[in-house]
Design a protein around this ligand. Structure first.
Ligand SMILES: [Zn+2]
Length: 192
């Protein structure tokens, strides 16, 4: 086997992804005073400048991935799971115009009344599957097509990836039930 010259390691193109998780500034979210998404707003501005810099340095304009929280906690706090996608339309438009893509970021968080706080649910497989499917369905309704991109949060447990690998056909068959859930979003304060 012939050794590759050192030059090839420095002149070849190395594929890279920049993936941004879009989520509120914190996890203990107040329903009566929902948080801003200042980190997201600031990140869009930062990435806009970064994109211009990278394009200038490399001659190629990069595209980035934005993975948006659409899980049950976001629905409960903001009244709808796709809040970040509909509350900042100019950001979505700007990113789309630049060629960026969107996917789902999900935390398996639920309200623990006995503790009076939000917790990551690690013990309940059914909840994990439900929350993951919920987030995927919510994004699918916003996008008009099932999400093919998913980034799990701290809870990369077996049941969550299993739910995220549902085929597009299964997503489609599940959308009727999701639509009935959607009608409850504004009024419901607790989730099964
Ligand atoms: Zn996260």
């Amino acid at each position: 086997m012939r050794a590759l010259p050192m030059k090839s390691t420095t002149s070849s193109t190395i594929p890279a992804f920049l993936s941004v998780d879009v989520e509120p500034d914190g996890f203990q979210l107040d329903r009566r005073d929902p948080p801003g998404w200042g980190g997201y707003v600031a990140m869009v501005d930062y990435v806009t400048r970064l994109r211009e810099d990278l394009a200038g340095w490399t001659g190629r304009t990069p595209r980035f991935g934005w993975y948006v929280r659409t899980d049950p906690q976001i629905a409960e706090v903001h009244g709808r799971p796709d809040h970040a996608l509909v509350a900042f339309p100019e950001r979505v438009d700007r990113l789309r115009a630049a060629g960026d893509y969107f996917g789902v970021h999900s935390h398996l968080i639920r309200w623990a009344p006995e503790r009076g706080e939000w917790v990551h649910e690690f013990a309940d497989d059914q909840w994990q599957a439900h929350a993951t499917r919920f987030a995927l369905d919510a994004f699918g309704q916003w996008a008009g097509a099932p999400s093919r991109l998913f980034r799990s949060a701290v809870s990369s447990l077996p049941s969550a990836p299993r739910a995220s690998r549902r085929s597009p056909r299964k997503y489609a068959s599940n959308r009727r039930r999701s639509a009935s859930s959607a009608r409850r979003w504004p009024a419901t304060r607790s989730w099964p």
